[in-house]
Write a protein that binds this ligand. Structure first.
Ligand code: ADP
Ligand code: MG
Length: 314
């Protein structure tokens, strides 16, 4: 059996412009699940991860809006809530699809912690956009009323709250997740939203307020579990050079060295394709067989190397 960590992008769960309702997210998760269920029945043991950018920002907003009635929860607890919320919807959608094609797996959702370094510079430089997008005037009002940090994202055409995003060091639950998926009976949803960030303090693990990048966390989990493949599903066919220009071209199979060169040349945005390529490089250099970046609809074809961008360590 081939083993894989499959990371599903927040943009695939909630498409741009869609309202973050349960129905919208469930419907998107159902169409993604069709492709994942087919992969599982084709002979793969997998652990799934997912993004939480829009959702964790919304949970934070709910906490702030109700702060005089219910004490607000810190960001690490909001990340845990987002793992439960998205994990449950994913579990429902995937279970239905697996039953439809008579593939016998139990879908489990694991609250997953990720260890980060308390000295990570990211803590003093918030960079990860979460929650809804605002106009400049709304963003200023938000900063004044909540004390949060807002930043403009020209690509998405608006202002967004940004929070610290330290690098993942280790996934605490990697070993049990590995045991579960290797049994061939279970499919695990883990490391959702990049994992719940914790730091080691006096021999204990203590939650910290941050949101870890889900692609880097997925690579960390994939390395910890020593799986064969790391697959990142998003809303583009694969990785492009000169993306968005009339000269853009899709990359097929590339080596980690080539990917690193393009990364240095600035072909990938820091907040979107950058971390995926970085995650792919880290994974194959640590001994992973291959990393694939594509959209859910091309998953099947990409698994036979006929679509998507494939990053190998040759
Ligand atoms: P996800 O939610 O899947 O992590 P992101 O928005 O973070 O999605 O990353 C996917 C986006 O990266 C694409 O929608 C695309 O607009 C953007 N992108 C930036 N640079 C590139 C590139 N070089 N090739 C392909 N997509 C790119
Ligand atoms: Mg992303």
């Amino acid at each position: 059996m081939t083993t894989a960590v499959v990371a599903v992008g927040g943009n695939a769960i909630l498409k741009r412009g869609q309202l973050p309702t349960m129905d919208n997210q469930l419907q998107n998760l159902r169409s993604i699940s069709k492709h994942i269920a087919a992969m599982v029945s084709g002979g793969y043991n997998i652990s799934l991860s997912h993004g939480n950018g829009p959702q964790v920002g919304d949970i934070l907003l709910q906490n702030e809006a109700a702060k005089y009635e219910v004490p607000p929860m810190p960001l690490d607890v909001c990340v845990a809530q987002s793992q439960g919320m998205i994990g449950y919807l994913f579990q429902q959608a995937l279970t239905e699809e697996l039953e439809t094609i008579r593939c016998q797996r139990t879908v489990l959702c694991m609250l997953t912690r990720v260890i980060v370094d308390p000295g990570d510079e990211a803590f003093s430089r918030p960079s990860k956009p979460i929650g809804p997008y605002y106009t400049a005037a709304e963003a200023e009002q938000m900063e004044l009323s909540t004390g949060c940090v807002m930043r403009e994202d020209r690509a998405r055409g608006g202002w967004c709250r940004v929070v610290p995003s330290p690098r993942p060091v280790e996934i605490v639950e990697a070993a049990p997740i590995s045991r579960l998926i290797c049994s061939g009976r279970d499919l695990v949803i883990a490391a959702g939203g990049g994992g719940i960030p914790v730091v080691r303090q006096d021999g204990r693990l203590v939650g910290v307020e941050a949101v870890v990048d889900k692609d880097l966390a997925s690579a960390c989990l994939a390395k910890g579990m020593k799986v064969d493949l790391l697959i990142m599903l998003t809303d583009v066919d694969g990785v492009y050079l000169e993306h968005g220009s009339p000269r853009e071209r899709l990359l097929g199979e590339i080596t980690a060295d080539e990917a690193e060169r393009y990364l240095r040349e600035g072909h990938f945005y820091a907040g979107s394709m950058g971390p995926k390529v970085e995650a792919a490089i880290a994974f194959v250099r640590a001994g992973g067989r291959k990393a694939i970046i594509t959209r859910p609809e091309l998953l099947h074809t990409a698994l036979s190397s006929k679509a998507g961008t494939q990053i190998v360590n040759r």
